[in-house]
Design a protein around this ligand. Structure first.
Ligand code: PMP
Length: 404
């Protein structure tokens, strides 16, 4: 086989479908977020970033940066080993305690990313519990799907956010089989929110464990940033809450929070936890500072929601169609991969606005979109500039407008 030829032809396929991913080469400058400098063949240009998952700008927060710097000064750069073999520092221990407290659970366990936490935790539970059946929401993230697939257990996909379909599928399954229901709170691409209470009610009736991914909610919802389950007083109903340190907390890493026995079990059997170098202590220190700050402060959460409302109302006034949802994610639907990329390129090259196009397979075909994520640090001027640019491009591209 000519491997080079094979790789090229596969990539050509992505190009032909308008799905080839191109990274923007960004240089962030401290204190400037959401502004950044973009390196291009023609030189360096200033841009405003509108697609960051650093939803609250905590990656730039002085408390987080100072905590990371101090940790580096105190104990150096890397963890130097797996958690089991010399890689556990006091920062890791404190961070796990803080996360357990955040979610009202006995214990928490860190992983090197949210992806790894889903893959490792679900993969371990679903491969080791004999005869387990997993009920997985059709909209679940790739990391959950991969973890479940890897386990090779019986899996049943229920219709996205459909309690009735979940119930029908639970009812049809072997009553004696152990069961787990895996779902998310805020779904990242449509920004819709799961009926957590109803899912817990149904799961409980059938004796199923519940596994909730709160990656797009932790830090941003709930009085202490514990996520949608905290906001709705449901944390105690969930067997496992999974989250990331890489989005609203502004750093990197993932975790699960659950009972002491469950966390100990994953710690003891998950290869994705055991056989990899621990997070650098400075990341753990930064995450700790971020979580502690957001447990106390409502300022970022309130400002964030206000920015989201302002953007949505300006989009409405200008007839730019965006998906209504109860979260902070603002999906502006283009409905065509090539046009979506074209608009994103024009925004970047002509208006210095950076919004990555989201195309299939991340979202279904004909729902290609710009996924816009306002932060508390976007100014009125930034919002006006974005909406003005979209308004012009919508006309140029002859795209359908919402009834304003
Ligand atoms: N779960 C969901 C729902 C996600 O959207 C993502 C990342 N986008 C992850 C898990 C993975 O989290 P991380 O980026 O920390 O690996």
């Amino acid at each position: 086989m000519n491997f080079e030829h094979f790789f090229r032809s596969e990539l050509d396929g992505l190009h032909a479908e308008g799905r080839y991913r191109v990274f923007a080469d960004l240089e962030r400058q401290r204190g400037q977020f959401p502004k950044a400098r973009r390196h291009t063949a023609d030189g360096v240009k200033d841009v405003t970033v509108w697609c960051s998952n650093d939803y609250l700008g905590m990656g730039q927060h002085p408390k987080v940066i100072d905590a990371m710097k101090q940790a580096i000064d105190h104990c150096g750069a890397g963890a130097g080993g797996t958690r089991n073999i010399s890689g556990t520092t006091h920062y890791h221990v404190l961070l796990e305690q803080e996360l357990a407290d955040l979610h009202g659970k006995e214990s928490a366990l860190l992983f090197t990313s949210g992806y790894v936490s889903n893959w490792a935790a679900l993969g371990t539970l679903c491969s080791r519990i004999p005869g387990i059946i997993v009920f997985s929401d059709a909209g679940n993230h790739a990391s959950m799907i991969e973890g479940i697939r890897h386990a090779k257990c019986e899996r049943v996909i229920f219709k996205h956010n459909s309690v009735a379909d979940l119930e029908a599928k639970l009812a049809a399954a072997d009553p004696a089989a152990p069961k787990l229901v895996a779902f998310e709170s805020v779904y990242s691409m449509d920004g819709d929110i799961a009926p957590i209470k109803e899912i817990c009610d149904v799961a409980e009736r059938y004796g199923a464990m519940t596994y909730l991914d709160e990656v797009h909610a932790v830090g941003m919802y709930g009085p202490r940033g514990g996520g949608i389950a905290e906001r709705e007083g449901l944390m105690h109903r969930l067997t496992v809450i999974e989250g990331t340190l890489g989005k609203a907390f502004g750093v990197m890493g993932g975790y699960i929070a659950a009972s002491a026995a469950l966390c100990d079990y994953i710690r003891s059997f998950a290869s994705g936890f055991i056989f990899t170098t621990a997070l650098p202590p400075a990341l753990a220190a930064g995450a700790l500072a971020s979580i502690r700050h957001l447990k106390e402060s409502q300022v970022e959460r309130f400002a964030h929601q206000e920015r989201v409302r302002r953007l949505r109302s300006l989009l409405d006034r200008n007839g730019i169609p965006h998906m209504p949802n109860p979260s902070h994610i603002v999906p502006v639907i283009v409905g065509d991969a090539a046009k979506c990329k074209w608009i994103s390129d024009l925004l970047l090259d002509n208006c210095n606005i950076y919004v990555q196009p989201i195309n299939y397979p991340t979202v279904p075909k004909k729902t290609e979109r710009l996924r816009i994520t306002p932060t508390p640090l976007h100014s009125d001027g930034d919002i006006d500039h974005l909406v003005g640019a979209l308004h012009q491009l919508w006309s140029r591209c002859a795209l359908a407008r919402a009834v304003a």
